[in-house]
Write a protein of this length. Structure first.
Length: 240
């Protein structure tokens, strides 16, 4: 349904950008691949009109936060389009596939080495944004791009400046734990019609690996900083 509505924008010009095709839908709007007059590929994130009217102030968080961050692993904020009832952000285009597409469209099975490498790279990104006072709040498989050895974190629509009362850093930790479980389950081979068990009984993990993931997910005494997560992740999964 969304694709049919989005197709009408293909080939249309907004400012110095011409929309090539729609590439996704989020809770706040549509994403398009577009080309600038200089041939640069960009992503245009168009906000749904009714949602933008209700929450225009919230969308500003994403623009301000991305403007303050400067890291190759995060898309740069390039500008705003506001014309013909079309309001959107222009973002740097990053090559790669979302973890969601790799898992559910390509049925990709992540090896143990890939699991460790991707986990480490994502920890480094989380560490960077936390050091800059940002909580992402949406570290999920649709928002993590993987391109060979590169990992990118995208969609900062729910990101906020850290606040111990409302937006503490540990909001990102359970999302990270959930993401790791998706990678682990990609290579899980259960018997057909087997009885569904909790992940900590079903996956072949050591007791220390289980404890690490439970702490991330808040099932044990939770982590309160990314540095401890990095240290423990290396200790329990380096030889996984």
């Amino acid at each position: 349904m969304w694709l049919c509505c989005a197709q009408k924008y293909s080939g249309k010009r907004f400012g110095k950008y011409v929309i090539e095709r729609p590439i996704g839908e989020g809770r706040y709007g549509l994403c398009f691949l577009a080309n600038s007059d200089t041939g640069e590929k960009v992503v245009i994130k168009k906000f749904k009109h009714n949602i933008f009217k209700k929450s225009s102030g919230k969308s500003e968080h994403e623009a301000v936060i991305l403007s303050k961050l400067d890291d190759n692993r995060i898309p740069k904020f390039l500008g705003v389009i506001n014309e013909k009832r079309f309001y959107g952000f222009v973002l740097e285009f990053k090559y790669g596939y979302t973890a969601k597409n790799l898992l559910f469209k390509n049925n990709y099975k992540f090896t143990r080495q890939e699991f460790f490498n991707i986990g480490m790279k994502l920890i480094k990104i989380i560490k960077y944004i936390h050091e800059n006072g940002v909580v992402h709040r949406d570290i999920r498989i649709p928002n993590i791009l993987i391109d060979k050895d590169e990992v990118y974190l995208i969609d900062f629509g729910l990101a906020r400046w850290a606040d111990n009362n409302k937006y503490p850093y540990d909001l990102d930790f359970s999302y990270f734990g959930d993401f790791l479980l998706y990678l682990l389950y990609s290579s899980f081979e259960g018997k057909e019609n087997h009885k569904k068990l909790p992940w900590y009984k079903e996956l072949k993990l050591t007791s220390t690996q289980n404890i690490f993931l439970k702490k991330l997910l808040g099932l044990e005494l939770a982590y309160d900083n990314i540095d401890d997560i990095e240290k423990d992740f290396i200790n329990v999964f380096r030889s996984y």
